[in-house]
Design a protein around this ligand. Structure first.
Ligand code: ZN
Length: 273
């Protein structure tokens, strides 16, 4: 089992403290000793991304990634072309804010069969890849739990993400390993090892029992049944030395004083990651 994670590797996603405006989140994260921030695009609304990046770095935080791009799947070609345009815009935003990475929720559509959806995802990533290479932005395919295979992502296992990476075969395309989506998979350890230096990001939270909402009932680390520290060990065995990113969508936590939430995140991180 790995040792406790260190504070200099702790990153929080702005979605975890969604009620806080970006400026307040940055101040509060820095005050709590958090080292990195992953910015969700909704937190950037109405802001100049370059100025936001400067503000974050001035507070001493690293911009770890921009969340999120993707959603390449659609029944009609016009919608797919619009998604490619949108993703090019997201790549420009990532470069402006100084985020080295974009997390991709690849997309799915209940009207599109999964094998076709996977072809559309590959075509979408390949269409935006030249701009990502030009601007020095990496793209992380995030496999999502199969409960989202209808409408959010047709990439639902680490094996499927690895297969897609191998087919695209670019130094700028890798995988975001999120324990929430992958913890149950008996091939996870082997597939993380197979991913090797293509592990671009590591996301943590916990799986609550019972789960009361498919989207917004993630738990704080330690409040569920995921073997987080063991999975972190598998990820670090690949040579990964990036951030441990806390990404929790929780109606329950959003209703609390967000300073209390950040405090609880830091404590849960020290104990369970
Ligand atoms: Zn994630």
């Amino acid at each position: 089992m790995s040792a406790q994670a260190t504070m200099d590797r702790l990153c929080i996603h702005t979605a975890t403290t969604r009620p806080l405006p970006l400026e307040v989140a940055v101040d509060e994260y820095a005050a709590a000793g958090v080292a990195g921030i992953t910015v969700w695009r909704d937190a950037l609304a109405g802001r100049d991304p370059e100025a936001a990046g400067r503000m974050i770095r001035a507070a001493g935080l690293d911009v770890v990634s921009l969340c999120r791009g993707g959603f390449f799947v659609a029944g009609d070609a016009a919608a797919r072309a619009a998604a490619v345009d949108e993703n090019r815009q997201i790549i420009r935003e990532a470069a402006a804010i100084g985020a080295p990475l974009i997390v991709l929720v690849c997309g799915a559509d209940p009207a599109v069969p999964l094998p076709d959806a996977r072809d559309q995802i590959r075509a979408g990533i390949e269409a935006v890849l030249p701009l990502a290479l030009e601007l020095g932005v990496k793209l992380a395919i995030e496999p999502l739990h199969p409960m989202y295979a209808d409408s959010r992502s047709a990439i639902n296992t680490m094996a499927s993400a690895n297969d897609l990476c191998e087919r695209i075969d670019s130094p700028n395309v890798g995988v975001a390993v999120d324990v929430y989506h992958l913890w149950f998979d008996p091939t996870l350890e082997a597939e993380i090892a197979r991913c090797a230096d293509k592990v671009f990001a590591f996301h943590v939270c916990d799986w609550r029992t019972p789960t009361r909402d498919l989207l917004t009932d993630r738990g704080l680390m330690g409040d569920g049944c995921i073997n987080i520290r063991e999975i972190r060990g598998w990820v670090e065995s690949t040579g990964f030395r990036g951030y441990n990113e806390v990404e929790i969508f929780s109606t329950e936590l959003w209703a609390l004083d967000q300073r209390v939430v950040i405090d609880r995140v830091v404590r849960a991180y020290r104990q369970h990651v």
